[in-house]
Design a protein around this ligand. Sequence first.
Ligand SMILES: [Zn+2]
Length: 388
Amino acid sequence: MNNQATEELMNDVIALTQAFIARPSVTPNDAGCQIMMAEAFEKLGFTNESMVFEDTTNLWSRRGTTDPVFCFAGHTDVVPAGNIDLWHTPPFEPTIKDGMLYGRGAADMKGSLAAMMVATKRFVEDHPDHHGSISYLITSDEEGPFINGTTRVIDTLEARNEKITYCIVGEPSSTHSVGDVVKNGRRGSISGELIIKGKQGHVAYPDHVKNPIHHAMPALAELSQTHWDHGNEYFPETSFQLSNIESGTGATNVVPGHLIAWFNLRYSTELNDELIVKQVENILDKHQLDYEIKWTYNGKPFITEQGSFLTAVCDAITKIVAHRPKISTAGGTSDGRFIAPTGAQVIELGPCNATIHQVNESVCCDDLIKLVDIYYACLVNVLTSQDK
Ligand SMILES: [Zn+2]
């Protein structure tokens, strides 16, 4: 795509979303999406920095040199299409039907990227001398192992003391209509792989075996029934979920030698990794299990409390859709977890999430048009008021 074409697309959020969807950027492949973005930003006076870490392409773009730094964050990668036969239209051929735009990434989150860009172009044209800076932090590994994406861009920025003040992550936060929900934080996530050891033997000789399934059951029951906390103003109660249990040799007359259980906790800001590890191990010790446990730390919880930024975003939404959004911390993790620890205020705001990661992913065309207006109003509220 040449510059002229990109420039024209910057006026049309639907066409720009379609141009993104047509690039099959399955994690961690960016498929040229960021080049398209960088071209558009350059014309608007941004300085582009492509940051490539191993298999992952990232883009940091910034317009302006002063604080506050307003950042749009997101990802160009998408999850695989899944079973192509179940798609009514080819996943990488954007198709509009009955006011909905279909294609992989339509809602998560190529529509948001397009809306941010169109809003930014309009804002820069209307307010060329805005306060502070506008920036973009874009990765191509959000749906992947999140090793070489946002977290490494943040490390690079931190190393040179470049800070994001306010951040909107374009993840699909809405439920029924665009702007009905914004996420002002996310729960933390920690996973465990628990190996409970026993002694294998013949089922007919119970004295000669130590059955790991029998030993595991009461402990797993207690873990699944424990109240870890009561949550707080922003977070629901912490939840523990078993996702998988594996044991047995395949034979019905053999007691297996071990059991493996996989579990995950989604936790509030009332807890932290260390407290959870300690509490889980206390329960396992109480049941006198012989065990090993491998922990995976997926992300700490973060929260953007009530304040001027959350108000500015909610006001922007109310202005466009005539209702105030619900503020929520529900759902999975996002790259916001890497940005928030730097001190940035992070809010997730994007289209409806009903079809994300599914076959026939879609986004409502009217929602995208509203999303442009919402992002535009956010920029106005944050970067043009006299006090900021
Ligand atoms: Zn996403």
